[in-house]
Design a protein around this ligand. Structure first.
Ligand code: ADP
Length: 459
């Protein structure tokens, strides 16, 4: 057992603050790193110490500089690094370098990451343990001919996806043979631009699926549990906007099957730390594995609300060598995970829904948040006087509700976001309210095309 004294967070914004909070409650000193562009950002001030990195290297590059981050960590006597999400969180090289430097990487080890970070490799893991995957070619598609042959064999529509993809980028849906060539090259180009690797693969495109994902937690001794599912079907351009748990569109039997399949995949790689196994569920109720994310996710909050398990603290305790059934983590068996109530999270962003969700920037003149019984806020960069820069993602605050029914949780999160008053930059709040008050949303059974099918939500 290695007790951490100091933890460095190689990230910024809301997730950095979330991790600092978890560390502080565990009596661990927190270390922030920040770019030049973030010198006035809120997260910096929430850590016990903070250090400038990547001077003149660029706002994003600063957080990707493995060399410098490890150098600072060693110099400041840091025991462990938490990568958050995005940036270096799924970078096998970074996990390996931390291990080599004797710094604990708070996440899975680089072997597990290597098997799961790539969507093609993780589909092979799923196939190996008998978990259904979407029909496709489980290797990079290298020629147009291969793509044409597959599409002809399985029928249109098909989807071309970046193997290293994330954040909905590097994907092209092709509905007709005449568009395949263009889809093939534009997916490849976008993959290269966004992830530095142009490997793409092809699979059948499912119409109107639900996105259901399962939260996993595993310790270093082979004990693995799931914390049930989240429904993340409310998406805009394949990016999640609102997430909730428990899912309403699956039966109890389907829920059990999906959670069991998620465990099969996690166990196949002896997974440790927090991770998420993602599935799509088609209109007939069949579920298919799509990918595993070996890191904390933006929407982990809803699972924490209904299970009472602090996922980030669990990650930190697991990295120190605690067993799941230790007093500190307190999960003696799968039966200890009990769902109480319904939780919904809205991602409030500085995007203008009336201008095609273009990110808005500038000074926030007024920042007043909502709050109240059953409402949780995970804020990042917003306060009166703060500057929203164009360099990073536009997530301002995550608003999460907990209540005894889906209907109540919806009303609560709706009330909380309407209480928020922000002047100076535009936000997506009016759009979120339109979604939450839509009759279809209220049923809790929307599919991933709900937003694009309902243009009135943008008004
Ligand atoms: P990313 O890693 O970029 O988030 P994912 O593979 O997790 O990409 O997929 C993101 C979303 O894209 C899914 O939730 C779903 O809405 C859509 N999607 C991905 N693959 C398919 C598919 N084969 N059929 C239909 N929709 C898909």
């Amino acid at each position: 057992m290695k007790k951490f004294k100091r933890v460095l967070v190689a990230n910024r914004g809301e997730i950095a603050i979330r991790i600092f909070r978890a560390c502080s409650e565990l009596g661990i000193r927190t270390v922030a790193i920040y770019s030049d562009e973030d010198k006035n950002s809120l997260f910096r001030t929430k850590a016990d110490e903070s250090y400038l990195i990547g001077k003149n290297k660029g706002p994003v590059e600063a957080y990707l500089n493995i060399e410098e981050i490890i150098k600072i960590a060693l110099k400041k006597g840091v025991d462990a690094i938490h990568p958050g999400y995005g940036f270096l969180s799924e970078n096998t090289e970074f996990a390996r370098r931390c291990e080599e430097a004797g710094i604990e990487f708070i996440g899975p080890n680089h072997h597990m990451m290597d098997q799961l970070g790539d969507k093609i490799k993780s589909k092979l893991v799923a196939n190996r343990v008998g978990v259904p995957t979407i029909p496709g070619i489980e290797k990079p598609v290298t020629s147009e001919k291969e793509a044409f042959e597959f599409a002809k064999y399985c029928g249109y529509p098909v989807i071309l996806k970046a193997a290293a993809g994330g954040g909905g980028r590097g994907m092209r849906i092709v509905r007709d043979e005449k568009d395949l060539l263009q889809g093939f090259y534009s997916a490849k180009n976008e993959a290269k631009k966004a992830f530095g690797i142009d490997a793409i693969f092809i699979e059948k495109y499912l119409e109107k699926p639900k996105h259901i994902e399962v939260q996993i937690l595993g310790d270093k001794y082979g004990n693995i549990v799931h914390l049930y599912e989240r429904d993340c079907s409310i998406q805009r351009r394949h990016q999640k906007v609102i997430e909730f748990t428990p899912a309403l569109s699956i039966t109890e039997e389907q829920r059990q099957k999906i959670c069991d399949d998620a465990l099969k995949i996690a166990k196949a790689v002896d997974y440790r730390s927090a991770g998420t196994v993602e599935f799509l569920v088609d209109i007939y109720g069949n579920h298919y594995f799509i990918e595993m994310n070996p890191r904390i996710q933006v929407e982990h909050t809803v699972t924490e609300m209904v299970t009472g398990v602090d996922i980030v603290q669990s990650q930190i305790l697991i990295a120190q060598g605690y067993h799941l059934d230790s007093e500190e983590i307190g999960i003696r068996s799968q039966e200890d995970i009990v769902i109480r109530g319904y939780s919904i999270q809205c991602r409030v962003t500085t995007e203008d829904p009336l201008n095609n969700f273009a990110p808005d920037t500038g000074k926030i003149d007024i920042y007043r948040t909502g709050s109240g019984f059953g409402v949780r806020l995970d804020g990042g960069s917003g306060f009166t006087g703060s500057i929203i820069s164009p360099y990073y993602d536009s997530l301002l605050v995550k608003v999460t509700s907990l209540s005894r029914s889906f209907e109540d949780a919806t009303r609560k999160v709706n009330r909380a976001i309407r209480e928020i008053k922000i002047r100076g930059v535009k936000t997506n709040i009016p759009f979120l309210v339109n979604v939450l008050t839509h009759e279809e949303f209220k049923l809790g059974t929307c599919h991933t095309g709900f937003i694009s099918d309902n243009p009135e939500l943008f008004e």
